[in-house]
Ligand binder design. Sequence first.
Ligand code: BV8
Length: 254
Amino acid sequence: MTTPWPPSFLVAVRHARRIAVITGAGISAESGIPTFRDAQTGLWTRYRPEDLATSAAFVRDPRLVWDWYEWRRGMVAAAQPNAGHRALVDLQQRASACTVITQNVDGLHQQAGTRNVVELHGNIRRSKCFTEGRIVTDWARTDERPPRCPHCGSPLRPDVVWFGESLPAAALAAADEAARSCDVLLSIGTSGVVYPAAGLALTALAAGAIVAEVNPAQTPLSDSATYSFRGAAGELLPELLAAVWGPTKAQMRA
Ligand code: BV8
């Protein structure tokens, strides 16, 4: 089923000087990584992500939080970028300027080949010292969980932004500048409930950009977005690129 793309939207994407893209967990769903809104599976069904992704939860039970992230790291390590990630690599090559901003911590945009990804919430593949904040790669592999910082002995934590923590200032500034200066913003696979990330699409709208959403479900952005396309990123994004610039060689061979 091909989406009836509005011609005005296709023209806007093709001629945009600058495109901003904001992605959420939905773009990684087709890579097998559960979204935050998906029910947690197995051991983790009894916990809400919001209750584990906090500094207080880590202080209260560092091993539980460390193990939750190790479980997620395992899924991320086994995951491959999907057609949605690859379509954004294609978009960045075809558009005159395209900034990809992500709330995701899985690193799949970089793995797919997207350049200069703005990671608003850090990256689960990196660990840092809970006290010093420095990134640590070489810790003693003992069975202690969480492991200890080799420099000061504090527990290690994932290099992600927890609820109640400020976003990296440089990433937030880059995302805000992209939202203010783009002609088109694509909001892909996000429920749009976590701030300040969810505010970026509204910033783009207020600055006069065309804002289009790709999501199988309604979100708080759906009614205010210029366009809201119902569907999966892995299906709609390749379709959109083909509608704007023609099918890729791979699509022609398919
Ligand atoms: C902060 C990393 C300052 C960790 C995450 C107003 C202003 C500022 C702050 C706040 C505010 N109001 C409230 C707050 C506090 C809070 C907040 O927003 N709370 C929410 C719950 C109301 N914000 C913060 O704490 C932020 N910090 O603002 O600092 C400050 C400092 C001190 C005190 C106050 C403020 C920090 C937020 C970052 C938290 N860290 N991740 C980790 O991963 O473990 S957030 C995490 O959840 C994700 O990164 C993401 O941002 C969010 C989940 O959202 P989504 O990515 O959208 O995923 P979700 O599952 O929700 O939805 C998936 C969507 O995909 C669905 O819509 C689904 O339909 C769709 N989908 C499914 N399949 C597909 C699909 N779409 C396309 N294709 C498919 N195939």
